[in-house]
Design a protein around this ligand. Sequence first.
Ligand code: PGA
Length: 253
Amino acid sequence: MRKKIVAGNWKMNKTLVESQALITEIRGIVRDENTNKAEVIVCPTFLALPSASKLLDGSTVKLGAQNCHFEESGAYTGELSASMLKSVGVSHVIIGHSERRQYFHETNEMLAKKTTAAVNQALTVLFCVGETLQERESGSHFDIIKSQISEGLFHLSAKDMSLIVVAYEPVWAIGTGLTASSEQAEEVHAFIRTLLAEKFGEAISEEVSILYGGSVKPDNAAELFSQKNIDGGLIGGAALKARDFFDIIKAIK
Ligand code: PGA
């Protein structure tokens, strides 16, 4: 059975002290109330990772980063490598978030290299794909998703795929309050699983968790998570409030 996952992407939010407070709160709620149906991951800013790692010691909550560079080290001012993340206790990394693609011009080619770098450090990758509103309206969303998946992941081995989680995040639904309907999301999730099956075989495609992201809230999570190919969520805004985040975790059945 593939894993159910709820991951919080904090983006560029929270100072160090605020991050420590939120991590502590989430850790406490998960310890006291968790139903253990979902793996819980929090992805604070780089700055907060070392202390988050200490605060999560002994907890089931996993720690993720929001990005990494594709080289191990070198003259890349302002960047961090996968091995550096690993060295502070990070186990997961988000790669290819639409904000990285859009504002920092990360290409599929670059993201393929980042994915390799992360997998080489045995980090689990939360690999994001998703179409813009214009792409959906013009009917090209399946082509866009196909090229994001094939160019970003198809260089990996079947064995590497055990470290890949896919997140489908329609750009038009991120931070906008517009959620894809559960039918729209399920249609794309099923399509992604078919692409993975064609490349890596049915058995492997059935093991890859595919998360939905884009304005997931406590009141729409259960409906989305009830779909056959939706294995959890990547949560932005609602992950910044411990209670909302936990109510979303509880929506995993
Ligand atoms: P949102 O963000 O939940 O605030 O829409 C999701 C994401 O960008 O991962």
